[in-house]
Design a protein around this ligand. Sequence first.
Ligand code: ADP
Ligand code: MG
Length: 381
Amino acid sequence: MNNDLVSLVKNRFRKSFGNEDILVFSPGRINLIGEHTDYNNGYVFPAAIDKGIIMALGKSNTNRSTIISVDMNDRLELFLKDLKRIEANTWKNYIIGVIAEIQKKRGTLLNFNCVFAGDIPVGSGLSSSAALENALVFGCNTLFNLKFDKMELIHISQKAEHNFVGVNCGIMDQFASMFGEADKALFLDCKTLQSESVAVNMDEFEIILINSNVKHALAESAYNDRYAVCQKLIKLLNKTSLREVSYEELDTIKTKISEPDYRKGLYVLQENDRVLQCREALEDNNMKKVGAFLFQSHKGQSEMYEISCDELDFLVNEAKLNDAVIGARMMGGGFGGCTINLVTKNGSEYFQKKIAVSYKKQFKKDCSIYKVKLSDGTRLI
Ligand code: ADP
Ligand code: MG
């Protein structure tokens, strides 16, 4: 827990409103393996991390609710009766969205005050957005005793993002942030939303995230394009999702589609298999094997699904050349953001120093490096 951040939020709340009623921590997340499988009804393997949003909340007797973002140095005054999204990209829509979606189910809330700050790098694929939504929905649920269960809470978060932010996200981010468990990853079946928490033995290893600090403009259009390719394939195969398709079935349409489209379909089938195999390797406590799947996953993302970029390929290749790294891959939608690296503890510091220097030399800009631990999900602190 980032105690400085906790103090900052508490002090800010006390200065403006007096003592808070509750304090919430809501984490960001990583995804060990299973990229672009979610919208194909497949498997993913995320985990909550020890970076997140700290949020203080308290009931208020005034005629409006005040929400303060410490990081944005900005405040939002709301009359809760008539909420509308703001026509701009702003943190306020996450807040308005969550409250409005709660109110669709429980009627107008009583007024409250809220102060929050976070230490998740924003927009880097660690899901600061889900952490924020979950912090608020969990906070309101507790403060007003609304009696939603956690599954209902994450669907409210997701709807807030769909309807008020305009991002058609899957459920993985909110799920991982809410249901995370310390030292475990969550094997999640995106078709059934059944999950299983699996221990990740980090005795000898650490998880190092390397932020390329780039986000290429292609990201959004490429995401939609990949989605469209997958839809095209399942239509041709007369299936509801790539989850239902076998390698043999995919081969039956090989001559009807372009080679790059075939490769993309094949990537999704292979990535789904890798998630299943990765779960087995974790259960066997074979971290080296887990690492090998990460490298394979990156190769598929780069050469078959074509969602990587020079910066991410460079970071993964450099990691591969370092004996301390047992696995690495790009994480998230692609075309920028972070790589995830499984690194032996005793070689980690040297690896971090070396890759920072070589990245700067290659791209004339800095990467950012974070060590993360797998942590519990959204909770009171
Ligand atoms: P990601 O979820 O990958 O970090 P998104 O673009 O989905 O990236 O969400 C980032 C947005 O979430 C920010 O632009 C901001 O609106 C909101 N947000 C995240 N963290 C904070 C924070 N600490 N304070 C205020 N707003 C935040
Ligand atoms: Mg997000």
